[in-house]
Design a protein around this ligand. Structure first.
Ligand code: AFP
Length: 343
């Protein structure tokens, strides 16, 4: 019988290797895993039961809320609040930080999540995902929770990952010791280790961006796209363009095959001058995974993980993936800003 490590076993083995580990993280992770299974079950039934379409409400991002979005949010809120190890949570769907009520046991961890990213793809049976990012509070547990406990730099994440509801359901995460992927075996109801120690190819061959918005980009960003499409780039031929419009799916493909995901700043909407993706619940966790797999993530000027968040729903330009490709983006932006200074 082949060796089949479950995600719980993997976390427990790691816990044993961390001196002073209390089991709190394991408890939190178990609730995340259970939530992922429950959400996956609902996603798999979409089309058969009444979970497609809109709830009729609009979320904090000004987007219409999908029924599955709302369901996933409720599952995560309920389960994670009962882990007994969190002091606060934040969701892409909620305007503010949610403190765990005093009536429930609490701990030092903080989780930020996007319950169902790519939800415009739900009704057409295209891959969607859950993204999460975990921190430890910095202030004393006796003191009142500070916004700085939740708004930490991405480099302070203790763990991050995503669940991809695709041709199979996969959980990919890092606790700072590399990236590991587990596939849900529906016959036993367990996530089994299928992709140990994932490394992103140093040189990519795919670029993923919503090219339809090119006319709204600045000159640097247009140069970046021209580079990936040029036969004179590092590959000596144009990269393949692949864009699903579902961050988890686009990121996951590029993680395994090598490539770069881009959501640059654009001038379409004056309310969103720094792009669409949110630093805390989308970019930071993906940047953490990318770096742990040997890749990079930048906003064009500084590493995503070094950005000090100003508010919970902050948006940043995002370039993330294979090391050589992201370095090229940084070079193009740096040369442009050097040129601007000279002019
Ligand atoms: P939705 O959840 O509204 O579908 O947005 C998904 C997303 O946040 C991210 O998953 C995609 O990469 C990106 O937006 C797609 O945005 P565009 O449709 O503007 O390309």
């Amino acid at each position: 019988m082949p060796q089949q490590v479950t995600v719980t076993e993997h976390i427990l083995l790691n816990q044993k290797m961390v001196p002073g580990a209390t089991g709190q993280f394991t408890r939190l992770f178990n609730e995340l895993v259970l939530s992922a299974k429950i959400i996956s079950r609902a996603v798999r039934k979409a089309g058969l039961v009444d979970v497609l379409g809109f709830t009729g409400e609009v979320n904090v991002q000004g987007e219409e809320v999908k029924k599955l979005d709302e369901y996933a949010n409720r599952i995560l809120m309920y389960r994670l609040a009962r882990s007994g190890v969190l002091c606060a949570m934040a969701s892409e769907e909620n305007a503010d930080i949610i403190e765990v009520p005093e009536s429930l046991p609490r701990g030092d961890y903080i989780i930020i999540f996007d319950p169902l990213d790519g939800s415009s793809n739900i009704d057409v049976n295209v891959n969607i995902g859950t993204i999460f990012s975990i921190y430890k509070r910095k202030s004393s547990p006796e003191a009142a929770l500070m916004s700085g406990d939740v708004l930490q730099k991405g480099s302070e994440q203790v763990a991050a990952g995503y669940v991809l509801y695709g041709s199979s359901t996969m959980l990919v995460f890092s606790c700072g010791d590399g990236v590991h992927g587990f596939t849900l075996d529906p016959t036993v109801g367990e996530f089994l280790l299928s992709h140990p120690d994932i490394k992103i190819p140093e040189q990519g061959k795919i670029y993923s961006v919503n090219e339809g918005y090119e006319r709204y980009w600045d000159r640097d960003t247009k140069k970046v796209l021209a580079y990936f499409k040029s036969p004179k780039n590092a590959l000596r031929k144009p990269y393949s363009g692949r864009y699903i419009g579902s961050l988890v799916a686009d990121f996951h493909r590029n993680l395994l095959y090598g490539g770069i995901f881009m959501y640059p700043a654009d001038l379409r909407d004056p309310m969103k001058p720094t792009g669409k993706l949110r630093l805390t619940c989308e970019c930071n966790p993906m940047a953490f995974i990318a770096e742990q797999a040997g890749g990079l993530a930048t906003d064009g000027h500084i590493p995503i993980l070094d950005i000090d968040p100003e508010h919970l729903h902050q948006r940043v330009p995002f370039f993330c993936g294979s090391r050589n490709d992201v370095e090229m983006v940084q070079d193009i932006f740096q040369n442009e800003s050097r040129g601007k200074k000279k002019r």
